[in-house]
Design a protein around this ligand. Structure first.
Ligand SMILES: [Ca+2]
Length: 517
């Protein structure tokens, strides 16, 4: 009895004190944020630019940081109804649209309280276009990342081996085949063993995307003049029509080429079973390089200490009358969606949008990607210029991902900001590798854009999508190994129809038309 009386008194005293000092109360506005954070990223409470952003906004951020098992955690939270005030990164369109009642339409808040976000929408209208959901609401915010290449994928060839064997870089797939045979049979790494792996790629073993993900040989479809969109859906646009590449002739021809390579022993025997780290380890053996042609983010990342032995291989053509292309997708490589969302549980949406709007300022955008000022970014003349501090050990990626949110960050890297920023050699090198592809970029209208589907459409496609991609991945591997694509092709097309491909085609077409409306 005595105790409860005391605590009532204490609570009353606290309330009175708070009423007397309103700014102290404001400083206590606490926002609970569930954050999808990279395993390397340090405690967000210890990142100076994040501390400064909270101080400026007069809010306290209660970070719940998830560094592993994000998908499970997210599903539990969305199903429980016990929502955080906001999500930082890690939500998919589907998470949002299927739980749309739980999210706040940010459009009116942005209009009134978020000058930096408004500026981004005005200067780059695509950022808004990729963020608005089919019901017309803005449930989440996008990001525009700095110094991004146009392509995710670079094709690398061991140029030292070419030179040693007196060969030229191949310009057609026939020439490529001959180069791969020479790599296999002529011991180009000079160790007296037939340990060369002429061709390798990431076939997504253990995941659900097969060879449809990054660093895949499917980029070679460009040899027939078609490119995919990097979404994993293998969709493109031909003459204004959304088309899935896995039922097209170009795809079949690539499978036939790869199957011929497989039969000649030119492809890594473990391509469909290796995990990502063993694929990387094979290419980065300490004594000799072993891989001839492959795909990766950069030569440095893919080849480690052998990086300088490799050159970017320009796109090749399958037939003399085809101009080869290389898959690029500026929007998908440079922009991110769903990096921030406010839930209906949030009692301070205005304070929250004001806080997150700061992330989109120039100074916070550069820090959001590369790390805080002054240790990782130098601000010269108070933001007239920025210099990214090179990592002491040369590992810029690790420095960034440890000290910033990088791809998980809400930020806006404008052309104006990039023009005033100096980047370290590793970034310049990646952009230089990418520049090989400038001549081979597809017509932007033939790149399937970043679209969103309604919950009904998601439901309509759910079953078909799961069945179809599982079947496509299985057949892709099987045909390469067995060489049976030609005889099974028509039955395969029939099966895709039965599984619901026409529905997917219709909805992808509708989403494409809506995007350009
Ligand atoms: Ca050898």
């Amino acid at each position: 009895m005595k105790r409860s009386k005391l605590s009532v008194l204490a609570a009353a005293a606290l309330t009175a004190a708070a009423l007397l000092v309103p700014s102290a109360l404001a400083a206590q506005t606490s926002i609970r944020v569930l954050a999808n954070v990279h395993a390397w990223t340090k405690d967000l409470n210890d990142i100076p630019y994040l501390q400064r952003a909270a101080q400026t906004a007069g809010v306290k951020i209660d970070w719940e940081q998830v560094r592993a098992g994000w998908d499970e955690k997210k599903s539990v939270v969305l199903a429980s109804g016990d929502l955080p005030d906001a999500f930082l990164s890690g939500l998919t369109d589907q998470d949002i649209i299927l739980n749309a009642d739980n999210f706040v339409d940010l459009a009116p808040l942005v209009e009134k309280y978020a000058p930096n976000i408004k500026k981004m929408f005005k200067e780059m209208p695509d950022t808004k276009r990729i963020s608005v959901f089919p019901d017309g609401k803005l449930y989440s915010l996008p990001a525009v990342r700095p110094f991004r290449p146009d392509s995710y994928n670079v094709m690398l060839i061991n140029q030292k081996w070419l030179k040693k064997l007196g060969l030229k870089a191949p310009t057609t797939l026939d020439e490529l085949y001959n180069v791969l045979v020479a790599f296999k049979t002529k011991d180009p790494n000079g160790n007296g063993k037939a340990d060369e792996i002429p061709l390798d790629w990431w076939a997504g073993a253990g995941g659900t995307s097969g060879s449809r993900g990054l660093f895949s040989v499917l980029s070679l479809m460009g040899a027939w003049g078609v490119v995919d969109d990097f979404s994993g859906d293998l969709v493109t646009v031909k003459d204004g029509k959304a088309v899935f590449l896995f039922d097209q002739n170009e795809y079949k021809e690539l499978v036939k080429f790869l199957s011929k390579c497989w039969a000649a022993g030119l492809i890594n025997q473990e391509v469909f079973t290796q995990d990502y780290s063993s694929m990387m380890a094979k290419a980065q053996k300490p004594d000799v390089p072993t891989v001839g042609v492959t795909f990766g983010w950069t030569a440095t990342d893919r080849m480690g200490k052998w990086a300088d032995d490799y050159a970017v291989l320009a796109p090749m053509s399958a037939k003399s009358d085809v101009k080869p292309l290389w898959p690029t997708n500026v929007a998908r490589v440079k922009m991110g969606t769903n990096v921030f969302a406010i839930t209906k549980s949030n009692k301070h949406p205005i304070e929250t949008i004001k806080w997150i709007d700061q992330f989109y300022s120039e100074e916070n955008s550069i820090q959001g990607y590369y790390g805080s000022i002054p240790d990782f970014v130098k601000s010269i003349d108070n933001g007239k210029k920025y210099e990214i501090v090179p990592a002491a050990d040369g590992n810029q990626d690790r420095q960034m991902w440890t000290n910033a949110l990088v791809d998980n960050a809400p930020l806006y890297s404008s052309a104006a900001l990039e023009a005033r920023t100096t980047v370290p050699p590793s970034v310049t090198r990646r952009l230089k590798e990418d520049s090989v592809y400038k001549k081979y970029e597809p017509d932007p209208k033939s790149i399937y854009p970043i679209v969103k589907f309604s919950s009904t459409e998601i439901d309509q496609m759910a079953l078909a999508k799961t069945d179809i991609y599982k079947y496509v991945d299985q057949k892709f591997a099987e045909w390469i190994l067995k060489g049976t694509v030609e005889q099974e092709w028509s039955g395969y097309l029939e099966q895709l129809k039965i599984m619901g491909l026409p529905t997917m085609e219709k909805l992808y077409q509708k989403a494409y038309e809506n995007y350009y409306k």
